[in-house]
Design a protein around this ligand. Structure first.
Ligand code: GAP
Length: 457
């Protein structure tokens, strides 16, 4: 399959109000992006679909929303304060900074497992192969240094006092530190899951590729607390559910694959990614990790609070194991945009750009378009009726053909056109985005017609 063109997707996103460069009027702020009117609807719908699938539908699943700023001890216990860093090298000629593992990965075209290499091995490989700076083409590197990924800020309640606090680099710890509260208030028995959606921050060495890797992003993370002996089965089950969700949200099966991690964290028993075929190639979409008892044990050790679970049937006492599924909401939004983007040649030779979103996650479910301006009053009545049920667009500017094209470009699955017949018999046409076919319905039939087609199943 031919890879889609990322530049075209980025341009469409900017021109149609999905995503804008962050702080643009000040020249931007590298690798930050702001969601516009249709972008925020798309991302919210993706997050809602995820919440439905992972919190609402399964039994024994709950939600949480922990603080971004946490007691700094959390990051000592989790190990982030000590070791959440990337190997970086600076080009002494052009001063650009790169991740050493990425340089090796790209040079070897993925044939070398760079993530499993030590800094010495990376440096040796780069020197032996004379890997040049991708920016200026020189071979003039600094030695590798570890680059801390956590953003620091400070807090002081007293004049002159300054305590370092961190912007969380993942949401997961907010759930782990609440394990006792969550278990006590839900009275849940193992296995049970807790999901959270929220902002995370990473001072990435080489962010880029639009929404793919940014310094501020939203994560959707799902932790299953279980007995150690059940964890592998739950891990396999989680892999299946994560893949199914990616397909249900609109990603094609042929553009998704599992990728086992080459190097496991010392505590992990298994870990894999689901990769998506982005226009930049196969890249991680989400991670699934069997994290053993590491997280709760570490918080038990550092906080001094017992994380022991007492099995109500066997009376066994143990610290639960965690199986995690973590996906970036922005990265998934990018994947969904890439998958949905299409350029079609019409019968009249024109090209139409269309986003074939799953209707359940499309920003607007329906657009109301009066055929002519003098039908706007009737069209506004229809809009008011539909807007009570769905996110609904209204457009009365320009030819009807151009308005259909504009709705295609933002992926609106249905366009309701109010014409002169509407004034006579209260019927409208409803146009399907993908087939471009139109049918005629009574106004009272529109809500049930659309409702049935936009359920996320
Ligand atoms: N709690 C586990 C964890 O955070 P991760 O693999 O580092 O695992 C999970 O991150 C997901 O978060 C990734 O698979 C990706 O979808 C998203 N993500 C991570 N870093 C990101 C970044 N800098 N920009 C956008 N999304 C990111």
């Amino acid at each position: 399959m031919e890879l889609k063109n990322m530049d075209k997707i980025v341009n469409l996103c900017k021109s149609r109000g999905f995503v804008f460069p962050g702080s643009e009027i000040y020249g931007g702020f590298a690798n930050t992006w702001d969601f516009g009117p249709v972008g925020v609807e798309l991302k919210n719908n993706i997050k809602r679909a995820w919440w439905k699938r992972f919190v609402q539908e399964p039994p024994n699943s709950y939600g949480a929303d922990a603080s971004i700023l946490m007691n700094p001890m959390v990051w000592q216990a989790s190990g982030h304060a000590q070791s959440f860093s990337d190997p970086k090298m600076d080009c002494k000629s052009c001063k650009q900074r790169f991740r050493a593992d990425n340089l090796v990965e790209e040079f070897s075209k993925g044939t070398v497992a760079a993530e499993a290499m030590t800094n010495e091995e990376l440096e040796k490989y780069i020197n032996e192969n004379k890997i040049k700076c991708p920016h200026c083409g020189n071979f003039n590197w600094t030695p590798i240094r570890q680059f801390k990924l956590m953003f620091e800020t400070s807090r002081g309640t007293l004049e002159g006092e300054k305590d370092v606090v961190y912007l969380r680099p993942e949401t997961a710890q907010g759930v782990y530190v609440n394990f006792l509260n969550l278990q006590r208030t839900t009275r849940a028995k193992l296995p049970f899951s807790v999901a959270q959606i929220g902002k995370s921050f990473r001072n990435e060495v080489t962010p880029g590729n639009f929404l793919f890797r940014t310094i501020e992003f939203e994560q959707m993370e799902h932790q299953t607390f279980c007995k150690a002996e059940d964890a592998f089965e739950i891990y396999e089950e989680t892999k299946k559910r994560a893949l199914q969700f990616a397909e249900d949200v609109g990603l094609k099966e042929e553009n998704l694959r599992f990728h086992d991690h080459d190097k496991l964290a010392f505590y992990a028993k298994a870990a894999c990614d689901i990769q998506y075929r982005f226009p930049i190639g196969w890249e991680e979409l989400n991670g699934i990790h069997h994290r053993s008892q590491h997280d709760l044990s570490k918080h038990q050790e550092y906080s001094g609070k017992s994380m022991v679970y007492v099995d109500p049937v066997t009376n066994e006492k143990f610290v639960p194991t965690v199986v995690e599924y973590a996906i970036g909401a922005d990265r998934l939004t990018l994947a969904v945009l890439c998958e949905a983007y299409d350029e079609e040649t019409l019968e009249n030779g024109e090209t139409r750009v269309v986003l074939h979103f799953n209707p359940a996650i499309a920003p607007y479910k329906v657009a109301v378009l009066p055929l002519q301006k003098n039908l706007s009053d009737k069209a506004k009545e229809v809009y008011s009726l539909l807007a009570k049920q769905f996110m609904c667009d209204f457009d009365d500017a320009g030819s009807i053909g151009k308005r259909y094209r504009r709705e295609d470009e933002i992926g609106t699955p249905f366009c309701v056109t109010v014409d002169f017949e509407t004034l006579e018999n209260n019927t409208v046409t409803i146009r399907d985005r993908d087939t471009m076919q139109q049918i005629r319905l009574n106004i009272s039939e529109i809500v049930p017609y659309i409702s049935e087609k936009i359920i996320f199943n």
